[in-house]
Each structure stands twice: as C-alpha cells, then as structure tokens.
Design a protein around this ligand. Sequence first.
Ligand SMILES: [Zn+2]
Length: 94
Amino acid sequence: MGIRPCIEEARKKQLTGSQGHFMRIAICREYWDSGVHDPEKLVDLFRAQADFNYEISMKAVLSVIKKREIPKIRCSTLRDNSPNFVNCDGCYFR
Ligand SMILES: [Zn+2]
C-alpha cells in the first residue's frame, strides 16, 4: 500500500500548531502502515521541518508506534482535524 497524496503533500509543508501536530502523527502512522517500521526512518520523515529536533521526534515516533494497533488515519478524519494541511483531490480513497 502506498502513501496517499494528501499525506505526501502535507509532509512537504511546515506543520505548525495543533493541526500540524495531528498531521505529524498521521504521517508516522501512514508510513508505518506502508511497511516502514524503523524508528530512525520514521524520524527522518520530519527532518525538513523548521523545528526539527532529533530527540523530540524520536520520542514522539516511539510513542506513536508503541501502540498495539497503528492503523492509518482516514482521509475524512485528516480533513476534519487538519484542514489547513490536507488536500484530498488526488486521493484514491476517501
Ligand atoms: Zn486524502
């Protein structure tokens, strides 16, 4: 399963505030779901963020992936929670 366009687009933006925080969790879960299970690789997803901090990112990634189930977040939920960062025009499922 690939990465949805809305997730890829959002990852290129500066994810600020509570909407940005939600989006970062969504990106982490999306990549996990697509088979990226190495915490280092998940942290790497956020290196382009202006506020990138390795220790904080690693802590956040580990807290997301410690859960027993880590399903990707539905497009409709992404749009509800992070409307500033999500555009689902190119998504294959909504
Ligand atoms: Zn979408």
